[in-house]
Design a protein around this ligand. Sequence first.
Ligand code: CA2
Length: 148
Amino acid sequence: MKKEPLSILVIHGPNLNLLGTREPEIYGTQTLADIDSDLKKKGEKLGFRVETFQSNHEGAIIDKIQQAATNICGLIINPAAYTHTSVAIRDALQMLDLPVVEIHLSNIYQREPFRHKSLIAPAITGQIAGFGAHGYLLALDAVISLIR
Ligand code: CA2
């Protein structure tokens, strides 16, 4: 019987579908499609299936986390603005028993004070911030090393 590769889910929060089209000085020039494609290629090389998902809706992100919980071995999430507001996403992440990496393109601690607080951070394994799109690849390395 052919063995399915282990799956890692990557969730992108609100407005990240606009990456590469505005504010390149903060978020870089790569589009979300570029980032997703790089993640899938790297995952495949390392023997993992990478699934990507973007939503502008808090409930849709929570549904995705709940549905994926039993099928994935690791999660990478950029909750975008929900980082600073969403108790509901934090509660959903808290229920997972697998490595979860929170990633931010920008260094949220160098920005406006309201971005310094992540409500998500207590529910995750670790956080990567400030490395632009490359941070997603660092997050993938981190999740895979935690799985292994
Ligand atoms: O640095 C990050 O990755 C953030 O999660 C991005 C969020 C922001 O609210 C967080 O504080 C930090 C914003 C994502 C908005 O994405 C855009 C992309 C292109 C153009 C405009 C917004």
